[in-house]
Design a binder for this molecule. Structure first.
Ligand SMILES: [Zn+2]
Length: 176
């Protein structure tokens, strides 16, 4: 089998020519990923007379919506509920965390940030290397990978993935 080259340098010139189209496709993936990315949630501590010092430290903690907050455990929960040093809560007063002392009388709340992940998604300029065009759609920031694929916490608490990047690429590919 012989490999046929039309003309020296043609593949490179073709790559330069199609780079803008590849860039457009990537920007389509970016738009779709921003639409599909989950919001983030922020823990807002409301101090109460029962004093959850563990919640003071949690104030402002921000996580993708599919993940859990990480709250320092209370001694009672560690002794009686078998929890480790960290209690993993989807939200304040989350009984699935298996905490008792750490959720009792809690008045904390959460704030949703719709573009918490979307604002960190961007498309880089096309890079032409020989006859190859590469465009990267990137998402930067804490927990963006776990937001995509999910995670498992100690105690076998699972957080499902949302697959916003994979679904964005699939949606754009299906349109073409
Ligand atoms: Zn609280």
């Amino acid at each position: 089998m012989a490999k046929f080259h039309v003309a020296p340098g043609l593949e490179q010139r073709l790559a330069q020519m199609i780079a803008p189209q590849v860039h457009d496709i990537a920007r389509g993936v970016e738009r779709e990923a921003k639409r599909l990315a989950p919001p983030t949630k922020r823990w807002i501590t409301v101090p109460d007379q029962h004093h959850h010092p563990t919640h003071i430290g949690a104030n402002g903690q921000e996580r993708p919506a599919n993940l859990r907050f990480e709250i320092n455990s209370m001694d009672w929960d560690m002794r009686h509920r078998g929890l480790g040093p960290v209690t993993y809560m989807n939200a304040p007063r989350d009984e699935t965390s298996r905490a008792v002392a750490n959720i009792k009388n809690c008045r904390c709340r959460t704030q949703s940030i719709p573009d918490g992940i979307a604002r960190n998604i961007s498309t880089q300029p096309p890079v032409v290397t020989g006859s190859t065009v590469t465009v990267k759609v990137v998402v930067q920031g804490d927990y963006v990978v776990e937001a995509e694929v999910g995670t498992v916490y100690p105690g076998n608490l699972t957080a499902p993935g949302t697959f916003y990047m994979a679904r964005a690429a699939a949606a754009v590919a299906a349109r073409r």
